[in-house]
Design a protein around this ligand. Structure first.
Ligand code: LLP
Length: 414
């Protein structure tokens, strides 16, 4: 039987049911430690910021607080969670294009310290609001360096016409810096970029750093902070060859150090913002195989979840590795497709995978599902979102309850 930590997944099914999201807490901690080890320089301070869009829950925010790393939030909902978990406002980095005014007010009332500005229009709203606050805001401008570090159209966030950030060639960057400099409570700290996700090859990333230094030279201002976003790839299948978190960090540090030396400038602090690579490989999804069916050419195993709890295969063509958790040593002599229970022909989560012959009530385990799984889940077909469980060695604990049918209708009015 497959184990997570020291806990057999059959025990987790007994206790919490399926479908189920399961995290190995110690893998998350190990990932954080790897970043802390690799992402250091003698020339400036460094900080890891967890991009919480990858997976957020109060328990995850607590872990982040205890590890004393930063946390990236992109919405009032994520902000509400970090405030509830009493994350230090100095460790909160508020991102997002088109931040709503209510979200901005919420951030200011909690004295969130770091704002990543997406565009001049947004900045003008902050400028007005900042006339009324009694603390300084650290601002970084998000720059679209026009380099994409990965090829999947939906995952890329930095091609020249991306909706995110200031395009590096545009004059509104300077105009924004001048607006910040003219304000009392807004401090211009530096720049941010995020060049893509699921990155294996650092070429695009290092070109992006060079381009950013071109901008730094051009604007001729003291730069205290640089935040280089997230993006480190993870291994979903055998074909994925990610860098270790330590190597990924070191390549960035070396490149920044060399650019700083070339430009003969100093910064105070360098940030990176990993999401996927902090949580993906710590996460698993567990399903029960209920029924099997032979179509004309394909054999299907039907599981008790579907695209509502993992949209990534349907949305991005994302691939995963799977096993039958109670038949880990059995021969994989079947080629099958695993389909969910949603009313949509695209709801085939794992296509043409090799697995042993299944029996009813076998358990399907899916690896590396910790990022953008729960956080992108929906209630399509009024399916309740599964529960989330964290395992720490011998112990498991429920961190998000399974939704009930009652939950699904709690906002409906008759
Ligand atoms: N920082 C910023 C500003 C971002 O936009 C993102 C991700 C990250 C950090 C974290 O990137 P990561 O380390 O996770 O690659 N839903 C897609 C991924 C979208 C990523 C969006 N931005 C997926 O499931 O693959």
């Amino acid at each position: 039987m497959f184990k997570i930590g020291n806990v057999e997944v059959s025990e987790l099914k007994e206790k919490y049911g399926t479908p189920l999201y399961i995290y190995d807490e110690n893998i998350i901690k190990q990932n954080i430690n790897d970043y802390k080890e690799g992402f250091v320089s003698k020339n400036y301070n460094t900080q890891i910021i967890y991009a919480s869009k990858a997976f957020s829950s109060l328990y995850m925010y607590k872990l982040v607080r205890e590890e004393n790393i930063g946390v990236d939030v992109v919405s009032g909902g994520e902000l509400y969670g970090v405030i509830k978990e009493k994350v230090d406002p100095k460790n909160i980095f508020f991102h997002g294009n088109n931040k709503g005014e209510a979200e901005m007010d919420m951030a200011l009332s909690y004295k969130v310290k770091n704002i990543i500005i997406d565009n001049l229009d947004e900045l003008k709203i902050w400028a007005k609001k900042c006339e009324r606050i009694d603390y300084d805001l650290n601002l970084m401008l998000r720059i679209n360096v026009g380099v994409s570090a990965h090829t999947h159209e939906y995952i890329v966030t930095a091609h020249p016409d991306s909706k995110f950030g200031y395009y590096i060639e545009n004059d509104d960057i300077l105009e924004s810096i001048e607006l910040i400099e003219a304000s009392k409570n807004m401090k211009f700290k530096g720049f941010h970029f995020h060049v893509g996700s699921q990155i294996f090859d650092m070429t695009g990333f290092t070109i992006a750093i060079e381009k950013l230094f071109g901008l730094i030279k051009k604007i001729n201002r003291k730069i205290s902070y640089l935040n280089l976003g997230g993006g480190c790839g993870v291994k979903y299948t055998e074909d994925d060859k990610p860098l270790s978190l330590i190597d990924f960090s070191k390549i960035i540090i070396e490149k920044v150090d060399s650019e700083l030396e070339k430009a003969n400038i100093k910064i105070d602090k360098l940030f990176i913002e990993p999401g996927r690579s902090l949580v993906a490989n710590a996460g698993y999804q567990l399903y029960t195989i209920n029924q099997m069916k032979k179509a004309l050419n394909k054999t299907y195993y039907f599981i008790d979840g579907g695209m509502n709890d993992n949209i990534r295969p349907a949305l991005y063509g994302a691939l995963y590795s799977v096993d039958i958790a109670n038949k880990m040593d059995a021969k994989k002599d079947m080629e099958v497709s695993i389909a969910g229970k949603c009313c949509e022909s695209g709801d085939v989560l794992f296509k043409d995978v090799k697995l042993p012959k299944a029996d009813k009530d076998d358990l399907l385990i899916v690896y590396t599902t910790g990022a953008y799984g729960y956080s992108m889940a929906s209630n399509y077909n009024r399916l309740p979102r599964p529960a989330v469980v964290f395992v720490d060695g011998n112990n498991s604990k429920l961190v998000i309850k399974r939704e009930t049918y009652e939950d699904l209708y709690k906002n409906d009015l008759d």
